[in-house]
Ligand binder design. Structure first.
Ligand code: C6P
Length: 406
């Protein structure tokens, strides 16, 4: 199927509005993507026609809601090519997925003297849970440094892996730099050292083909809201044999098979890790978003975004006073930069008045800012529905901001 950006745009009602008398150019997709009509309809349909609690009722609506919820699990499984639905745990998002692993897997697998290896380009969600685990267990956080392009220094990651490394936790695609890590190779190296690997796929899942079996990764974290789906829902992939060995993350309804005051028997996978009434509407919306992504095709989206990123990078390179932050050889969908004598927050505000939505700040990756010696960057991030005209609008607005501060 031909990639037709206008046809795609037509499916996103929110995009067709004026902001301060300018057509909206939404370039903040790394923070969250907009939602196609089919996802909005699925959420509405759920509350209008299907709402009931799942896994509990014997009535018509409960069975219908349960079937939709479990169908969505199968959609997530297929989308990331996991081997089994038992390996897909619904959580609030990538943040909760990582916290689940740190808390449950970490509790029984990490002890004093062990090491957790991360990289310098991680989001706080893939730093702080490991710091907490290290504080609790007396283990040590080890950080693989990045170079001036924003790439994990080849050789350093390998050098820092040791027999003490229990886990390597790595971003698949950096939200602050756009760097795509060579994760296949990193997973192989970590496995050779006897460590498990968690990939933070929050940014990757809507921009790269992700395949659990081909990667042979142990844990993978995703957020629906960055994949054209609802907020407050995401998934943790974990290998079945690892999940089987992990203690429950939270206790409550649905995660048990039998409870007495003396002893509780836990439910089978994946329910053991889904305590309480879940975000049923969110899961159904997530399933719909995956149908949408799969129908447009992630590879076609990636090619479109790559062309936009190339075009934007060319303009950025020629723009006086602009410094690109993150120039890795392998990059996707993110243009992070500073502009001489204009603070990124001022840039964000001025661009907003021109209808251009970007993010300005540290992007929850403060160590990356420190590495590049900047307090913050401006970040434009692309999605399937963005256009060359919107990139032009970005640079026209940047010119205006520069002129104002000249
Ligand atoms: N990054 C951004 O603007 P949650 O919030 O749980 O859906 O995702 C957290 C997260 C984890 N890892 C990476 C690489 C991320 O980019 C994010 C979210 C947003 O860059 C909000 S800070």
């Amino acid at each position: 199927m031909m990639f037709d950006v206008n046809k795609i745009r037509a499916e996103f009602p929110i995009l067709h509005q004026q902001v301060y008398d300018h057509p909206l150019a939404y370039l903040d997709n790394a923070a969250t993507t907009q939602k196609p009509q089919c996802v909005i309809d699925a959420l509405r349909r759920y509350y209008e026609q299907e709402n009931a609690n799942i896994h509990r009722g014997v009535h018509y609506l409960s069975e219908k809601a349960t079937a939709k919820y479990e169908t969505a699990r199968e959609k997530v499984r297929a989308f990331i090519n996991a081997g089994s639905e038992r390996e897909i745990i619904f959580v609030r998002g990538a943040t909760e997925a990582i916290n689940l692993v740190a808390s449950s897997w970490g509790r029984v697998n990490v002890k004093a003297g062990d090491e957790i290896l991360i990289t310098e380009l991680e989001h706080h969600s893939n730093i702080v849970p490991w710091q907490l685990l290290c504080e609790q267990t007396g283990s040590k956080l080890v950080v693989a440094p990045i170079n001036e392009q924003g790439e994990v220094i080849p050789g350093e990651f390998e050098r820092l892996l040791s027999p003490r490394t229990r886990l390597a936790a790595i971003s698949h695609l950096s939200n602050a730099l756009g760097t795509i890590n060579p994760v296949k190779k990193m997973i192989e190296l970590a496995h050779q050292a006897g460590a498990k690997v968690l990939l933070d796929g929050a940014q990757a899942a809507a921009h790269l083909n992700v395949d659990m079996q081909a990667l042979d990764v142990d844990f993978y974290a995703i957020s629906a809201h960055k994949m054209y789906g609802p907020t407050g829902i995401g998934a943790l992939y974990a290998k079945e044999e690892i999940l089987e060995s992990m203690p429950p993350y939270q206790g409550g309804g649905d995660m048990i098979s039998m409870v007495t005051f003396e002893k509780t028997h836990y439910n089978v996978l994946p329910y053991r890790f889904e305590a309480g009434t879940p975000n049923i509407a969110g899961v159904i919306g997530f399933g719909q978003a995956i149908d949408w992504l799969a129908s447009v095709n992630v590879e076609s989206i990636a090619a479109h975004e790559h062309a936009l990123l190339d075009y934007a990078t060319q303009q950025a390179t020629a723009f006086p006073g602009l410094r690109l932050i993150g120039t890795a050889a392998d990059r996707a969908s993110i243009l992070s930069f500073t502009l001489e004598s204009v603070h990124p927050h001022d840039l964000g505000t001025i661009l907003d008045r021109e209808g251009v939505a970007i993010r300005a700040g540290h992007h929850c990756a403060m160590p990356v800012m420190e590495h590049f010696g900047v307090p913050a960057t401006a970040r434009a991030s692309f999605a399937a529905y963005n256009t060359v005209e919107e990139v032009d609008a970005l640079f026209a607005a940047l010119k205006k901001a520069q002129d104002m501060f000249a």
